[in-house]
Ligand binder design. Structure first.
Ligand code: NAP
Length: 244
C-alpha cells in the first residue's frame, strides 16, 4: 500500500524511521518547505505545497495513495483542514498523529489565550522582558504591543524582520535542556514567556524553567481539530497503517 505522511515534525520523522524498509507499506513524506535546512526523514520526500484541497486530492489520486497520516504540527491548521477535506472527498483513510498538549503543573502561572493577537494583548499588564517562543510566522502580531523588550527564538529568522523597536533574535532548534533554558531566562532577565501549546518533549524545558523562575507563561491554545481520529505515538500510527 502507498501511504503519504504529511510531515515537518519529530513525530513524522519517528514514523518515517519505523516505515523505512517496511515490506508492505511504501510511504512518502511531504514537507511544506518552510525550513531552510530541514531534518530530512529516511524516506522518499517531496517538498512544497500541493495547491489547496484540489491539488492534494489530485496528488492522492495520481500517486495511488491508500492512506494518509497527518503528522503536521498541531498549529498547522490549514494543511490539516485540506487533508481532512481531500481524504473525505476521495474516501481515503486519514489519521492524525500529534503530540499530547502540555498540561499545567503545580506552580505554573499559565494564561491561556486562543490566538496570537490575544497573546499580544495579554502581555500589556505583564513584565517588560518577553521571551517569544512561537516560531517565526506570527511574530508580527506583537507589533500591536511594541513597548516591550522581546527575545525571539526561532529556527529561521522571521520574514520580514519584526517591526519591534527593542528585540533580539536567537536562531536555534531544539531539543533544549532545562539548564540551558534557566540560564537563558536569567541572562535576559525574562519576565514572561509566550508559547504555543505544541506539546512534546523537545521544547518543554522552557515551561519548567518559567515555573522555577516563578514567571507567567502566555499559552496559545491549539486550534480546533477537524474531527479526524488521532493518535499520539508513531508506533500507534504504524499499527493503524498496517491494519489498512
Ligand atoms: N505552525 C507551526 O507552529 C509549525 C511548527 C513546526 C513545524 N511546522 C511544520 O511546518 C509546515 C508548515 O506549517 P504551517 O503552519 O505554515 O502550515 P499551514 O498554515 O497549515 O499550511 C499552509 C500551506 O502550506 C502547505 N503545507 C503545509 N504543510 C505541508 C506539508 N507537510 N506538505 C506539503 N505542503 C504543506 C500547504 O500548501 P498547499 O495548500 O499549497 O498544499 C498549506 O495549505 C508543516 O509541515 C508543519 O508540520 C509548523
Amino acid at each position: 500500500m502507498k501511504a503519504l505522511i504529511l510531515g515537518g515534525t519529530t513525530e513524522a520523522t519517528a514514523l518515517a524511521r519505523l516505515l523505512d524498509g517496511h515490506p508492505r507499506i511504501d510511504a512518502t513524506v511531504s514537507l511544506a518547505g518552510r525550513t531552510k535546512q530541514p531534518v530530512l526523514p529516511p524516506l522518499p520526500t517531496r517538498i512544497g505545497g500541493f495547491g489547496g484541497v484540489d491539488g492534494l486530492a489530485a496528488h492522492l489520486v495520481e500517486n495511488g495513495i491508500g492512506a494518509v497520516v497527518d503528522a503536521t504540527h498541531p498549529f498547522a491548521d490549514q494543511i490539516s483542514a485540506n487533508a481532512a477535506a481531500a481524504c473525505a472527498r476521495l474516501g481515503v483513510p486519514l489519521l492524525v498523529l500529534t503530540r499530547k498538549p502540555w498540561e499545567p503543573a503545580a506552580g505554573d502561572r499559565w494564561i491561556g489565550v486562543p490566538d496570537m493577537a490575544a497573546a499580544a494583548e495579554a502581555l500589556r499588564p505583564l513584565g517588560e522582558s518577553v521571551f517569544l517562543t512561537i516560531g517565526r510566522q506570527e511574530v508580527a502580531a506583537f507589533e500591536a504591543v511594541p513597548d516591550k523588550r522581546y527575545l525571539i527564538r526561532a529556527v529561521d529568522p522571521p520574514e520580514p524582520p519584526p517591526n519591534l523597536p527593542d528585540h533580539r533574535l536567537i536562531l536555534d532548534r531544539g531539543p533544549f535542556t532545562l539548564e540551558g533554558e534557566c540560564a537563558l531566562l536569567e541572562e535576559h532577565r525574562v519576565e514572561v514567556v509566550v508559547s504555543k501549546n505544541s506539546g512534546g518533549s523537545a521544547t518543554e524545558a522552557k515551561l519548567e524553567a518559567a515555573r522555577r523562575r516563578g514567571i507567567p507563561v502566555v499559552m496559545v491554545e491549539r486550534p480546533p481539530g477537524n474531527g479526524v481520529a488521532e493518535v499520539h505515538g508513531a508506533a500507534a500510527a504504524l499499527a493503524w497503517l498496517e491494519a489498512r
